[in-house]
Design a protein around this ligand. Structure first.
Ligand code: IMP
Ligand code: MG
Length: 170
Protein backbone atom coordinates (compact mmCIF):
# COMPACT_ATOMS: atom_id res chain seq x y z
CA UNK A 1 0.00 0.00 0.00
CA UNK A 2 1.32 3.39 -1.02
CA UNK A 3 0.13 6.94 -1.12
CA UNK A 4 -1.06 7.43 -4.66
CA UNK A 5 -2.33 11.00 -4.66
CA UNK A 6 -3.19 13.99 -2.52
CA UNK A 7 -6.95 14.38 -2.40
CA UNK A 8 -7.21 17.49 -0.23
CA UNK A 9 -4.28 19.80 0.40
CA UNK A 10 -3.08 21.23 3.69
CA UNK A 11 -4.16 24.70 2.59
CA UNK A 12 -7.67 23.57 1.66
CA UNK A 13 -7.97 21.90 5.05
CA UNK A 14 -6.78 25.02 6.90
CA UNK A 15 -9.31 27.19 5.08
CA UNK A 16 -12.12 24.79 5.83
CA UNK A 17 -11.26 24.57 9.53
CA UNK A 18 -11.32 28.39 9.72
CA UNK A 19 -14.77 28.52 8.10
CA UNK A 20 -16.15 25.90 10.46
CA UNK A 21 -14.55 27.53 13.51
CA UNK A 22 -16.31 30.78 12.51
CA UNK A 23 -19.64 28.97 12.38
CA UNK A 24 -19.07 27.33 15.76
CA UNK A 25 -17.94 30.60 17.35
CA UNK A 26 -21.10 32.28 16.07
CA UNK A 27 -23.41 29.44 17.07
CA UNK A 28 -22.14 29.10 20.67
CA UNK A 29 -21.44 32.76 21.42
CA UNK A 30 -22.36 33.38 25.06
CA UNK A 31 -22.82 29.65 25.71
CA UNK A 32 -20.69 26.92 27.18
CA UNK A 33 -19.58 24.08 24.90
CA UNK A 34 -17.96 20.71 25.51
CA UNK A 35 -16.07 19.52 22.43
CA UNK A 36 -15.74 15.74 22.38
CA UNK A 37 -13.00 14.31 20.19
CA UNK A 38 -13.29 10.73 19.06
CA UNK A 39 -9.91 9.09 19.34
CA UNK A 40 -7.73 8.44 17.72
CA UNK A 41 -8.65 9.85 14.33
CA UNK A 42 -9.97 13.23 15.49
CA UNK A 43 -6.85 14.32 17.37
CA UNK A 44 -5.51 16.54 14.58
CA UNK A 45 -8.79 18.16 13.58
CA UNK A 46 -9.54 18.87 17.25
CA UNK A 47 -6.22 20.59 17.84
CA UNK A 48 -6.51 22.70 14.69
CA UNK A 49 -10.08 23.65 15.55
CA UNK A 50 -9.27 24.35 19.21
CA UNK A 51 -6.81 27.10 18.34
CA UNK A 52 -9.52 29.03 16.51
CA UNK A 53 -12.31 28.84 19.06
CA UNK A 54 -13.15 32.02 20.95
CA UNK A 55 -15.96 30.71 23.12
CA UNK A 56 -16.29 29.20 26.58
CA UNK A 57 -15.10 25.70 25.72
CA UNK A 58 -13.84 22.53 27.40
CA UNK A 59 -12.42 19.45 25.67
CA UNK A 60 -12.94 15.82 26.42
CA UNK A 61 -12.10 12.62 24.55
CA UNK A 62 -13.66 9.28 24.00
CA UNK A 63 -12.48 6.14 22.31
CA UNK A 64 -14.99 3.64 20.98
CA UNK A 65 -15.21 0.53 18.85
CA UNK A 66 -18.18 -0.25 16.62
CA UNK A 67 -19.30 -3.74 15.81
CA UNK A 68 -20.63 -4.30 12.34
CA UNK A 69 -23.14 -7.07 13.02
CA UNK A 70 -25.11 -8.53 10.13
CA UNK A 71 -28.56 -7.83 11.57
CA UNK A 72 -28.42 -5.34 14.38
CA UNK A 73 -27.52 -1.78 13.63
CA UNK A 74 -24.46 -2.35 15.75
CA UNK A 75 -23.27 -1.42 19.16
CA UNK A 76 -20.49 0.72 20.42
CA UNK A 77 -18.04 -0.49 22.98
CA UNK A 78 -16.52 2.29 25.02
CA UNK A 79 -12.76 1.85 25.17
CA UNK A 80 -12.24 5.17 26.97
CA UNK A 81 -15.14 7.13 28.39
CA UNK A 82 -15.55 10.86 28.95
CA UNK A 83 -14.21 12.47 32.07
CA UNK A 84 -16.96 15.10 32.25
CA UNK A 85 -20.60 14.74 33.09
CA UNK A 86 -22.32 16.19 30.01
CA UNK A 87 -25.82 16.46 31.47
CA UNK A 88 -27.28 19.83 30.64
CA UNK A 89 -24.25 20.79 28.54
CA UNK A 90 -23.97 21.72 24.88
CA UNK A 91 -21.94 18.98 23.24
CA UNK A 92 -20.12 18.99 19.92
CA UNK A 93 -18.89 15.58 18.75
CA UNK A 94 -15.85 15.81 16.46
CA UNK A 95 -15.18 12.79 14.28
CA UNK A 96 -12.62 12.21 11.55
CA UNK A 97 -14.64 10.45 8.89
CA UNK A 98 -18.16 9.21 8.18
CA UNK A 99 -18.21 5.99 6.22
CA UNK A 100 -21.18 3.73 7.01
CA UNK A 101 -22.34 6.13 9.71
CA UNK A 102 -22.59 3.38 12.28
CA UNK A 103 -20.05 4.84 14.66
CA UNK A 104 -21.59 8.29 14.73
CA UNK A 105 -25.21 7.22 14.90
CA UNK A 106 -24.50 4.89 17.82
CA UNK A 107 -22.38 7.45 19.55
CA UNK A 108 -24.99 10.15 19.18
CA UNK A 109 -27.62 7.87 20.76
CA UNK A 110 -25.25 7.00 23.58
CA UNK A 111 -24.45 10.62 24.38
CA UNK A 112 -28.09 11.71 24.08
CA UNK A 113 -28.96 9.16 26.77
CA UNK A 114 -26.82 11.22 29.18
CA UNK A 115 -29.23 14.15 28.91
CA UNK A 116 -27.06 16.88 27.41
CA UNK A 117 -28.65 20.23 26.63
CA UNK A 118 -27.80 19.77 22.93
CA UNK A 119 -25.72 17.52 20.69
CA UNK A 120 -24.17 18.57 17.40
CA UNK A 121 -21.76 16.75 15.10
CA UNK A 122 -18.73 17.97 13.17
CA UNK A 123 -17.32 15.40 10.80
CA UNK A 124 -14.22 16.34 8.85
CA UNK A 125 -14.61 13.95 5.90
CA UNK A 126 -17.86 12.41 4.71
CA UNK A 127 -17.88 9.55 2.23
CA UNK A 128 -20.59 9.89 -0.39
CA UNK A 129 -23.03 7.06 -1.02
CA UNK A 130 -22.99 5.81 2.54
CA UNK A 131 -25.05 2.74 3.29
CA UNK A 132 -27.05 4.20 6.17
CA UNK A 133 -29.40 7.11 5.87
CA UNK A 134 -27.28 10.21 6.00
CA UNK A 135 -27.61 11.44 9.53
CA UNK A 136 -27.63 14.86 10.82
CA UNK A 137 -24.10 16.20 10.48
CA UNK A 138 -24.16 19.84 11.50
CA UNK A 139 -20.70 20.78 10.25
CA UNK A 140 -19.00 18.85 7.48
CA UNK A 141 -15.52 19.46 6.19
CA UNK A 142 -15.33 17.72 2.82
CA UNK A 143 -17.38 15.20 0.90
CA UNK A 144 -15.15 12.57 -0.67
CA UNK A 145 -15.54 9.44 -2.79
CA UNK A 146 -15.57 5.87 -1.52
CA UNK A 147 -11.82 5.31 -1.72
CA UNK A 148 -9.74 4.55 1.36
CA UNK A 149 -8.00 7.68 2.59
CA UNK A 150 -5.25 8.43 5.08
CA UNK A 151 -3.67 11.49 6.67
CA UNK A 152 -4.96 14.36 8.78
CA UNK A 153 -5.61 11.89 11.61
CA UNK A 154 -6.72 8.93 9.52
CA UNK A 155 -4.66 5.78 9.50
CA UNK A 156 -3.97 2.56 7.69
CA UNK A 157 -2.81 0.00 10.26
CA UNK A 158 -1.85 2.81 12.61
CA UNK A 159 0.28 4.69 10.09
CA UNK A 160 0.01 7.96 8.12
CA UNK A 161 -2.04 9.87 10.72
CA UNK A 162 0.61 12.61 10.84
CA UNK A 163 0.26 13.71 7.20
CA UNK A 164 -1.02 17.31 7.08
CA UNK A 165 -3.10 16.54 3.97
CA UNK A 166 -5.62 13.86 2.94
CA UNK A 167 -4.27 11.20 0.60
CA UNK A 168 -5.55 8.16 -1.24
CA UNK A 169 -3.87 4.87 -0.47
CA UNK A 170 -3.76 2.16 -3.10
P1 IMP B 1 -18.26 4.21 10.14
O1 IMP B 1 -18.77 3.69 11.44
O2 IMP B 1 -18.39 3.20 9.04
O3 IMP B 1 -18.83 5.54 9.73
O4 IMP B 1 -16.72 4.30 10.27
C1 IMP B 1 -16.06 5.34 10.75
C2 IMP B 1 -14.68 4.94 11.19
O5 IMP B 1 -14.05 4.03 10.26
C3 IMP B 1 -13.83 6.16 11.22
O6 IMP B 1 -13.87 6.76 12.48
C4 IMP B 1 -12.46 5.63 10.83
O7 IMP B 1 -11.78 5.21 12.01
C5 IMP B 1 -12.73 4.42 9.98
N1 IMP B 1 -12.62 4.72 8.52
C6 IMP B 1 -13.63 4.72 7.62
N2 IMP B 1 -13.19 5.02 6.38
C7 IMP B 1 -11.86 5.22 6.50
C8 IMP B 1 -10.81 5.60 5.55
O8 IMP B 1 -11.01 5.81 4.34
N3 IMP B 1 -9.57 5.73 6.07
C9 IMP B 1 -9.28 5.52 7.38
N4 IMP B 1 -10.21 5.18 8.29
C10 IMP B 1 -11.49 5.03 7.85
MG1 MG C 1 -12.32 6.47 13.97
Amino acid sequence: MKISKTLITEEEIENKISEIADEINAKYKGEELVVIGILKGAFIVISDLAKQLQIDVAFDFMSIKSYYGSESSGQVKIVKDLEYDISNKNVLIVEDIYDTGLTLSNLKKLLESRNPKSVEIFCMFVKKGVSQDPMDINYRGFEIGPEFVVGYGLDYNGKYRELPYLAVLS
